[in-house]
Design a protein around this ligand. Structure first.
Ligand code: HEC
Length: 493
C-alpha cells in the first residue's frame, strides 16, 4: 500500500454544495461584524461631539443603537461565527488547518481583542447616564480600539488566503511574511471603509426610530449619512487598489470567469454591474437621509439593510471567494484540499505528483476499501467519489446546481473519451489557471469520465444512484437497472 496523504473525508452537500453553505453563513456574519466595527467608530464620533458640545441627548441615540447592536450584531454574530468554524472545518478541513498552523497566535490575539470588544459593547450600553461622560468616552474608545484590532487581525488571515504575493513566505514560512502579504493593506482599507457604510445603513433604522420633529433626528441623521457616504467613496477607491494587488488567476476570474449574473462593465478597472448598482443605490439613499433626515422611515431603512446584505455583501463575498480559485489558502492549498506546491519553509510537499503516480483513490485516507482498486463493477461509484473529492468543492455535480454545474460546463456531452481527453489534457497539465492541476492515473480518469458522462446521459444522478429511465417502459425494474448499469461500462473504449 502506498503512503497516504492527509486528506479528510469530503463533505458533499447535494444541490447547493459546501461553498454556498459557507457563503450564506459568512455573508450574515460579515454584515453583523462589519456593522459592529463601523458602529464603534460612529459611536466615538458622536460621543466626542456630545461631550464637546455638551449634548447629552446624542447619548440616547448611541444607547438605542447599542441595544440594537447587541441583538443584531452580537446575537447573529455569535450564532454565525461558530457557524463559520463548523462549516469550514468540515467543508475545507485542510484549508482551515493551513490557516491555524500559520496564524495560531494571530488568532489567539484576535480572540482576546474580541473578548474586550464584547465586554466593551455591554459596558458602553449599560453605563450610559450612570457614569460621568468623560469616563464613558474612555469605554467607547476601548470598544473602538478592540474592534479595529479584531478587524486588522482577521484581514491579515483572510488576505493571506488570496496569496502571499511574494516568494519569501514559501521559503521562510514566517507568520509575518504571511500576515503582511501584498493583499493585506488594500483589503483592510476596503473593509475599513465599507463597514462605515454598513454601520450607517443599519444606523439609519435607529434614526428612523427617533420621534419625528425631534431635532436629534437631523443632528444625528446627518452625521450617520456623512459617515456612510465617506465610507462608500473610500471603499470604491480602495476597491481599485485591491484589484491592483490581486494575483493573475484572480484577474482572469474577474475579467470573464465569474457567474454570468454578475455581469461586468470593463472600465479601466473591472467593476460589476450589480455591485455598482447596489453602491449607487445605497449612495443615493444615504444622500437622501442626509438631505431629509426627517423623512426616513423604519421599513425603508430596514429594506436598505436587506439590499445591502443580498445585493451588496453576498456578491462581494462570493466574488472574493471565486477570485481565489483554484486556491483556498496561500496559493499552495487547492480548494479541493490537495496541496499543489512545495512550501520548503514549512516542510510542505506538493501532492500532485504523488497522486499522478499512485492515484487519488489509493492515497487519500478516507476511501472505502472496496473503491481503492477500480473494477468494471465499482467503476461508477469510484468515478463519483473522484468527482466528489476532486471537483465538488468548486462544481455542482448536478445539472441544475448553482455552483458552476459540471454537466453544463461539459455541454452535456456523453462522450467518455472526450471528457477523458479534457481530464488528461488541460486538467492534468494544469494549464487552466482557475482550476487545480488534477493529474489522475489513466484508470481514475476513465472512471471519472464515465461517471460524468453517465450524469450527462441521465443514467445516473449526481448522488450516484442509477436512474431507470433509459429502460423500455415494459421492462421489469431489475432489467432496467441492469441496462442502466451496463450502459456506461459499455461506453468505455
Ligand atoms: C478550485 C476550484 C475548481 C476545481 C476543484 C475544479 N474546477 Fe473546474 N472550473 C473551475 C472554475 C472557476 C471554472 C470556470 C467556470 C466558468 O467559467 O463558469 C471551471 C471550469 C471547468 C470546465 C469548463 C471548461 C473551462 O475551461 O472553463 C470544466 C469542463 C471543468 N471545470 C471540469 C472540472 C472537473 C472535471 C473537475 C474535477 C476533476 C474540476 N473542474 C475541478 C474551478 C474548479
Amino acid at each position: 500500500m502506498s503512503d497516504l496523504i492527509g486528506m479528510y473525508p469530503t463533505w458533499y452537500v447535494p444541490q447547493i454544495g459546501t461553498a454556498w453553505v459557507m457563503g450564506i453563513i459568512g455573508t450574515i456574519h460579515v454584515l453583523a461584524s462589519n456593522t459592529s466595527v463601523g458602529a464603534a467608530v460612529l459611536f466615538a464620533m458622536l460621543e466626542s461631539r456630545a461631550v464637546r458640545e455638551n449634548k447629552p441627548e446624542i447619548m440616547q441615540y448611541i444607547k438605542k443603537y447599542g441595544m440594537f447592536l447587541l441583538v443584531f450584531s452580537y446575537i447573529w454574530g455569535s450564532v454565525t461565527g461558530p457557524g463559520i468554524w463548523y462549516s469550514v472545518t468540515v467543508a475545507s478541513p485542510r484549508g482551515i488547518s493551513a490557516l491555524i498552523h500559520n496564524f495560531v497566535w494571530a488568532w489567539a490575539t484576535e480572540w482576546i481583542f474580541f473578548t474586550v470588544e464584547v465586554i466593551g459593547v455591554y459596558a458602553l450600553v449599560y453605563t450610559i447616564g450612570k457614569i460621568d461622560p468623560k469616563t464613558h468616552l474612555k469605554i467607547t474608545w476601548t470598544f473602538v480600539v478592540s474592534s479595529i484590532a479584531t478587524l486588522v487581525l482577521i484581514v491579515g488571515i483572510l488576505s493571506f488566503m488570496m496569496w502571499p504575493g511574494n516568494d519569501r513566505w514559501y521559503l521562510t514560512g514566517s507568520v509575518f511574511d504571511a500576515f503582511f502579504n501584498l493583499n493585506f493593506a488594500a483589503q483592510l482599507a476596503e473593509r475599513g471603509f465599507l463597514m462605515l457604510t454598513s454601520a450607517a445603513v443599519v444606523g439609519s433604522i435607529i434614526v428612523a426610530a427617533i420621534p419625528k420633529g425631534d431635532p436629534l433626528r437631523r443632528d444625528v441623521g446627518k452625521t450617520v449619512a456623512q459617515l456612510g457616504l465617506f465610507g462608500l467613496v473610500g471603499g470604491a477607491l480602495a476597491f481599485m487598489w485591491y484589484v491592483a494587488t490581486l494575483p493573475p488567476n484572480a484577474l482572469l476570474m474577474l475579467k470573464d470567469r465569474l457567474p454570468h449574473w454578475f455581469g461586468y462593465v470593463d472600465f479601466r478597472v473591472t467593476t460589476f454591474m450589480p455591485l455598482a448598482i447596489t453602491s449607487l443605490l445605497i449612495g443615493l439613499y444615504l444622500l437622501w437621509v442626509y438631505l431629509k433626515p426627517h423623512a426616513v422611515r423604519v421599513p425603508l431603512a430596514a429594506g436598505m439593510v436587506v439590499i445591502l446584505l443580498i445585493a451588496g455583501i453576498w456578491p462581494e463575498e462570493r466574488t472574493r471567494e471565486s477570485l481565489r480559485k483554484p486556491w483556498v489558502a496561500g496559493q499552495y492549498m487547492y480548494s479541493n484540499q490537495i496541496i499543489g506546491r512545495d512550501v520548503p519553509g514549512l516542510g510542505i510537499q506538493d501532492e500532485v505528483p504523488i497522486i499522478a503516480k499512485e492515484g487519488l483513490l489509493k492515497t487519500a485516507a478516507f476511501v472505502p476499501a472496496d473503491l481503492r482498486v477500480i473494477t468494471p463493477q465499482n467503476q461508477m461509484q469510484a468515478g463519483r467519489l473522484l468527482a466528489v473529492m476532486s471537483c465538488s468543492n468548486c462544481h455542482s455535480l448536478n445539472k441544475d446546481g448553482p455552483l458552476r454545474p459540471l454537466p453544463q460546463l461539459l455541454h452535456g456531452t456523453t462522450d467518455v473519451a472526450m471528457i477523458q481527453g479534457f481530464l488528461a489534457g488541460p486538467l492534468a497539465h494544469g494549464t487552466v489557471p482557475y482550476m487545480p492541476k488534477i493529474d489522475l492515473p489513466d484508470d481514475e480518469q476513465k472512471a471519472l469520465a464515465t461517471f460524468l458522462a453517465a450524469v450527462n446521459a441521465g443514467t445516473v444522478d449526481a448522488e450516484g444512484h442509477l436512474i431507470a429511465r433509459a429502460a423500455p417502459a415494459a421492462a421489469p425494474l431489475h432489467t432496467a437497472v441492469a441496462q442502466a448499469a451496463a450502459q456506461p461500462v459499455k461506453a468505455k473504449d
